[in-house]
Design a binder for this molecule. Structure first.
Ligand code: HEM
Length: 486
């Protein structure tokens, strides 16, 4: 093993030395580079939170195009809407950057990381699962889960639990919602038991993948799986797959039971579509599991994080809570019903609040592409085999694009100004978020129901948790919010 490692290192060094720095792109500003290892030393020994701080600090130090070279990998970090538009709307460069490869044992050929014809085919199969009519059917689930969430909060208040770690609490409900909508499975007590293990495993696997990304010696499978991080990764993966396999089998059973009674043409939920594609030979069981793993993760963790940061910001801004409450009063009058699709479409202030939460805390803070066909950014040619990283988090906090960028001010989204490519929480172009409308509807339903029923306050005014580098934008410490009944 040691011998193989040394051979790989020597090949990398020769390649790195041989490749001379000749083009404009090589001369872009960026952190100091040393021979062979490039900028690797600046990351060594840092924890996940320090890495996040370094990555987000690049643009302040080096401008809106930053070059990072580590060994022979060349990555251009982008922070400018014009450059970002060119990358995201390019229909040829749709391959995710190399770092996503470490997600492969988990998400396989699922929609998030697949590419080429496989991605095209899968996106075509799955797009109908997010059709407007399907989302209308999901509204009932969002309403039920929002009511259950409020009921749970009330019960906790009665038990004297006023202060909650909101992420741990809210992610239960976003997980129930994705299971019941996209998967068509209501978590019964047997599956629910595996739920907590699943949530813990998601946290663990994200950290293991990030550790791997930032420690070059873990890049090789043969080394990685011998380390404690690699062994933990494997354990978490088994737990995750246990949960998703149970959901698939439940659905298969249910589908067989109801098959004969189904009449006419109906719009199908995501897992129905996948099982249907399986019966036509368009996908196999492994492909189904990859998609279920992808959607289960993307479909619950992202929304739970946005709601967590949202509740934190609202707790700190009583005035915003009051404006939301006023809007609820106008929409519902004396009725206690939960918001339906048309109510949500009317609630413009709620929409602006969620947009502003996602501006400050985009659940997916950065995305990457591998340049498979030379790409021209105005005056700059990015050669093949380079990678680009788009910094959504930093872009949306640029003072020239969003005045007082650190201030939580939903009003900036009220006048309907086009933000073009300066606001991209759901990305854009062919590989944008397929679940965007699903996510907005779910978050609006849950947030409005909470604000109608409770007043929120912070533990410490103005406190913001540090963020750690992860697959998603994760707080480094629990986000605690105080609840009291209205
Ligand atoms: C606040 C919530 C959400 C945010 C901020 C968000 C953001 C994003 C972003 C930025 C991407 C592009 C990723 C990349 O290029 O690497 C993406 C892709 C994706 N998202 Fe979301 N997402 C959210 C919720 C959801 C939900 C609820 C689902 C599913 C129900 C979902 C499913 C996906 C999938 C499958 C992709 C890959 C699409 C493709 O490449 O064709 N997301 N999301």
């Amino acid at each position: 093993m040691f011998y193989e490692l040394v051979v790989c290192m020597v090949i990398l060094m020769i390649w790195s030395l041989w490749r001379s720095e000749k083009s404009d792109v090589d001369n872009l500003p960026g952190p100091p580079r040393w021979p062979i290892v490039g900028s690797l030393p600046i990351f060594l020994g840092l924890n996940e939170s320090e890495i996040f701080t370094i990555l987000t600090g690049f643009s302040k130090e080096y401008g809106h195009r930053v070059r990072l070279k580590i060994f022979n990998s060349n990555v251009i970090h982008l922070y400018d809407p014009k450059d970002i538009e060119i990358v995201l709307t390019n229909s040829k460069n749709i391959t995710k950057s190399k770092g996503y490869l470490f997600l492969k044992p988990w998400l396989g050929t699922g929609l998030l990381i697949s590419t080429g014809t496989k991605w095209h085919k899968r996106r075509k199969i799955l797009t109908p699962a997010f059709h407007f009519d399907i989302l209308k059917n999901f509204a009932r689930v969002f309403e039920e889960e929002s009511r259950a969430l409020v009921g749970d909060l009330r019960a906790r208040l009665q038990r004297g639990e006023r202060t909650l770690d909101v992420m741990a609490f809210i992610s239960d409900y976003t997980l129930y919602a994705i299971c019941e909508t996209a998967m068509g499975i209501r978590l019964n007590s047997e599956i629910s038991a595996a739920k907590s293990e699943y949530k813990k495993a998601i946290l663990g696997i994200g950290q293991a993948i990030y550790r791997r990304l930032t420690r070059f010696w873990l890049y090789y499978d043969i080394v990685f799986y011998l380390t404690p991080t690699g062994r933990q990764f494997k354990k978490h993966l088994e737990q995750i797959c246990f949960f998703t396999n149970t959901v698939i089998e439940e659905k298969r059973k249910k589908k067989n039971e109801t098959e004969s009674s189904a009449t006419g043409k109906r719009r199908m939920a995501l897992l129905d579509l996948l099982l249907d594609a399986e019966s036509k030979g368009e996908i196999d069981m492994e492909g189904i599991r990859d998609e279920v793993n992808t959607f289960m993760f993307e479909g619950h963790d992202t929304t739970a994080l946005a709601l967590t940061f949202g509740l934190m910001l609202l707790a700190d801004h009583e005035d915003v809570q009051e404006k939301m409450f006023e809007e609820c009063k106008i929409t519902f009058g004396d009725s206690t019903r939960t918001a339906n699709t048309s109510d949500l479409a009317e609630m413009k202030y709620l929409d602006a609040v969620i947009k502003e939460v996602l501006r400050l805390y985009p659940s997916v803070p950065l995305i990457g592409r591998e340049i498979t066909e030379e790409l021209v950014l105005d005056d700059l040619v990015i050669p093949r085999d380079y990678e680009v990283i788009i910094h959504i988090y930093e872009l949306q906090r640029r003072g020239d694009l969003f005045p007082d960028p650190e201030v939580f001010r939903p009003e900036r989204f009220l006048n309907g100004d086009k933000t073009n490519f300066s606001y991209l929480p759901f990305s854009a172009g062919p590989r944008n978020c397929i679940g965007q409308r699903f996510a907005m509807q779910e978050m609006k339903c849950m947030l409005s129901e909470i604000v109608r029923n409770f007043k929120l306050s912070p533990i410490e005014k103005g406190y913001r948790p540090s963020i750690k580098a992860d697959l998603v934008l994760r707080p480094n410490e629990p986000v605690l919010v105080k609840f009291s009944s209205r």
